[in-house]
Design a protein around this ligand. Structure first.
Ligand code: ATP
Ligand code: MG
Length: 355
């Protein structure tokens, strides 16, 4: 059956990098992939044209697609919009509207780029970690929250770190299922020594593993220790399961072990059969937008993740990833990787390996 991919190019370098991912998708269609590609306005461009970053029509389109490939949103021209009408608010509305609660962030080190890592080559060559980060709960969303003034005149800021059994179980299931297709290992990070929601996290993850995934090797690690282990010996990890807060920090840390922001894709997925949202880790990069020099690799690798997790074509995902790796091995480099190639030339280099 023909699958559908909705492209939301967005702002800044978003349209430049997604254009290259689109060329890759179109090449795969020529080669027999049954895929329909649509496109819609999202982010700052939608504020300018439609008065809001995410229209109801675009959200409906997204939910009716099999996968959504986003560029990036935001830029200085929309920074003084009221918060609810900023491009970034559109992104949160899209994530929650699509109910994508599991954020998948690979930290994969390409051999050709290992010297760009913040660690020595020997520590990162062959690194292949998959973070599964809870995305729609925890301290970023917990109630009560706010800033209040106390009777003595002091102000108090409040956030609540809260998780329910079902929120923990659904993201843990995602991690265990993905681990089955990899090394069968999961390391789960929390601070169960000092946080109640962290203790519940540990108990529920362990109980789920014992009941439904006895084949998976599960280890629990305190998040601060993991921060240290990631720079000491990152290759000890395969699948890492975290809550929203710790995953935010630890996956950024791991990303920098791999070299460049321009190489890092991500996915946000929900229940099986529901559409996933795919996007580069990087932002709209207003400083280089419009110059055709951005690295499109993260966008192309995000397309590969969409092929693997939402479009039922894992073999094509591997083919696209291999083409990016072959382009790098052949010396293809945009400016962020120390080269001089344009965005389109980098796209050409990848396409050359998709013949
Ligand atoms: P946002 O708030 O939108 O996430 P940010 O402040 O985190 O933005 P990015 O837009 O991710 O920043 O950019 C950070 C730096 O990395 C900028 O100097 C930008 O030019 C560079 N950069 C980001 N993405 C790319 C890319 N694909 N290719 C080359 N350079 C990039
Ligand atoms: Mg950013």
């Amino acid at each position: 059956m023909t699958k559908t991919l909705l492209m939301l190019p967005g702002d800044g370098i978003g349209p430049e990098v997604t254009a290259q991912a689109r060329r890759v998708a179109e090449r795969l269609i020529e080669q027999g992939l049954a895929l329909d590609i649509g496109e819609a306005r999202f982010g700052g461009v939608a504020i300018d044209a439609d008065g809001m970053p995410l229209t109801a029509d675009t959200l409906t389109l997204a939910k009716a697609s099999d996968a959504v490939l986003m560029g990036a949103v935001g830029g200085p021209q929309w920074a003084d919009q009221p918060y609810g009408n900023r491009p970034e608010a559109g992104l949160l509305a899209l994530r929650s509207g699509m109910n994508v609660y599991a954020n998948l962030r690979p930290a994969l080190c390409f051999a050709a780029l290992a010297d760009a890592s913040s660690l020595k080559r020997a520590l990162v060559e062959g690194l292949d970690i998959l973070f599964v980060r809870e995305l729609t709960g925890g301290v970023y969303f917990g109630e009560p929250r706010g800033i209040e003034t106390l009777p003595d005149g002091q102000r108090r800021g409040v956030n609540t770190h809260v998780y329910t059994t079902s929120e923990i179980q659904r993201v843990a299931r995602t991690a265990f299922a993905l681990a089955r297709g990899r090394k069968g290992e999961v390391v789960s990070a929390e601070k169960s020594n000092v946080m109640e929601a962290g203790l519940l996290w540990r108990e529920e993850v362990q109980a789920l593993r014992d009941a439904e995934y006895p084949d998976i090797r599960l280890t629990h690690m305190l998040a601060d220790n993991m921060a240290m282990q990631l720079v000491k010996n990152p290759k000890q990890f395969d699948v890492i399961l975290t809550d929203n807060l710790f995953g935010d920090m630890l996956s950024d840390e791991a990303g920098m072990l791999t070299g460049s922001l321009g190489m890092l894709p991500s996915a946000a997925i929900g229940d099986a059969g529901m559409p996933g949202l795919y996007e580069p880790i990087h932002g709209s990069a207003p400083d280089i937008a419009g110059r055709g020099v951005a690295n499109p690799s993260a966008s192309i690798l995000s397309l590969a993740m969409a092929l693997r997790y939402s479009l039922g074509a894992p073999e094509l995902a591997a083919k696209v990833e291999a083409a990016v790796e072959a382009a790098l091995d052949g010396g293809a480099r945009t400016a962020d990787l120390g080269g001089t190639m344009t965005t389109a030339a980098m796209g050409d280099a990848v396409l050359a390996h998709l013949a």
